[in-house]
Design a protein around this ligand. Structure first.
Ligand code: NI
Length: 386
């Protein structure tokens, strides 16, 4: 059983609070990366590099003998949100906040490096601890790190995310689909503006947009197997400036999410078919721009089963749940395109906790010790030779 000494657990909380006070936006994590690098510099037996300007990699070679190479990942970026928690360690940067728990992820992974670097004889092979930048902003930091060669020689990848709706003391280990592919689109409908009193002299893009939005709701619900989950949400709609003017164009945009690669690949074509049909019928034209986001997070069942055994043995006080697939997205999927990976959700809240990306978001800090122990136990087990 892995036991993190109490003073080390308190240290993880202290790191988290410093990071919480000093949040930085995606691709701008300069101070954060320097802080992480400085803390890592106080540990023995690890080498520290910067694969990109705002990411930090610590590498530990175990002294227990040859073995496998495992990647442990934490993300470090914050969000453009004005914090409203009233915490005494609230963000000191106006308009920027750690509202997704990435401060906790970074602190937990620092805790894991501290623990393992003090006991390299508990590790075979090699552990790569990646403190990743820019998870929140497409194209994401993970892809950049993969391109920089981070995954060369790696056998398995493990990431964690603190989860606000799940109570502390619970770990979610799920086989297969966990998080969706978050794609997005922007659509402009070009009509012909004019006087609101004379609609017959215009091509009214407002009415056309209304029909497109409703027809979009049938693309997944009427054209696809209902057992295969997907969602198309129109989230922005802009057009017009005056009550007596029909505008010349309307723009709208939204999000398309699914776990199913086939549905994902098919969506731009199906949406365009709807838009083309409706705009053609009214003599309007359109511009549809479709953005492909992160791939879905699909946990490797074999690796996840090993992690389940690891958790049951090393964290007997924690309860394991299979969880449910979520339509959220994560760029951890970029690592999974290269090696078997598993993304673990660590309970850090409860049913009454504020949701992620909310100005009042906070975590139950008892979760930090759970996450740290999970990282440590996973590294010790997954680096063992096969
Ligand atoms: Ni997050």
């Amino acid at each position: 059983m892995t036991v993190i000494p109490t003073e080390r657990a308190a240290q993880v909380i202290a790191w988290r609070r410093w990071l919480h006070q000093h949040p930085e936006l995606s691709f701008h994590e300069h101070r954060t990366a320097q802080y992480v690098e400085d803390v890592l510099g106080t540990f023995p037996n690890v080498s520290v590099t910067r694969p990109t300007p705002t990411s930090v990699l610590a590498t530990l070679t175990g002294t227990a003998g040859p073995g496998r190479t495992v990647l442990l990942r934490a993300d470090m970026d914050a969000l453009p949100i004005q914090e409203d928690t009233g915490l005494d360690f609230a963000s000191q940067t106006p308009g920027v906040m750690h509202a997704c728990g990435h401060d906790g992820h970074t602190a937990m992974l620092l805790g894991a490096v501290q623990e393992l670097s003090a006991h390299p004889d508990t590790v075979h092979g090699e552990v790569r601890f990646i403190f990743q930048h820019a998870e929140e902003l497409f194209p994401g930091g993970a892809r950049e790190l993969v391109d920089a060669g981070l995954m060369d020689g790696v056998d398995a990848a493990v990431g964690t995310h603190l989860m606000s709706p799940v109570p502390a003391g619970v770990i979610v280990l799920r086989d297969g689909p966990l998080l969706a592919s978050p794609d997005s689109f922007e659509l402009t409908i070009h009509g012909k503006g004019g006087h609101a009193a004379f609609p017959h002299t215009t091509i009214d893009p407002v009415v056309i947009a209304a029909q497109v939005i409703l027809a979009f709701q049938t693309v997944i619900s009427r054209q696809r197997d209902p057992v295969k989950a997907g969602v198309l949400s129109v989230t922005t709609l802009h057009g017009g400036m005056a009550h007596n003017v029909i505008p010349g164009e309307v723009t709208l945009g939204g999000s398309v999410r699914t776990f199913d690669p086939e549905l994902r690949a098919d969506m731009p074509r199906r949406m365009e078919q709807v838009v083309k049909g409706i705009t053609d019928a009214y003599g309007a034209t359109y511009t549809l721009v479709y953005h492909t986001g992160y791939d879905a997070v699909n946990n490797d069942p074999g690796l996840t089963q090993v992690l389940r055994e690891v958790a049951a043995e090393a964290l007997p006080d924690v309860s394991l749940h299979p969880g449910e697939p979520l339509m959220g997205g994560e760029d951890f999927s970029a690592y999974m395109t290269r090696v078997p990976g598993s993304f673990i959700l660590i309970g850090a809240g409860g049913p009454d906790a504020a949701p992620h990306h909310h100005p009042k978001f906070d975590i139950d800090e008892r979760a930090l010790e759970v996450g740290t122990r999970m990282y440590v136990a996973a590294a010790q087990r997954l680096t063992q030779p096969e």
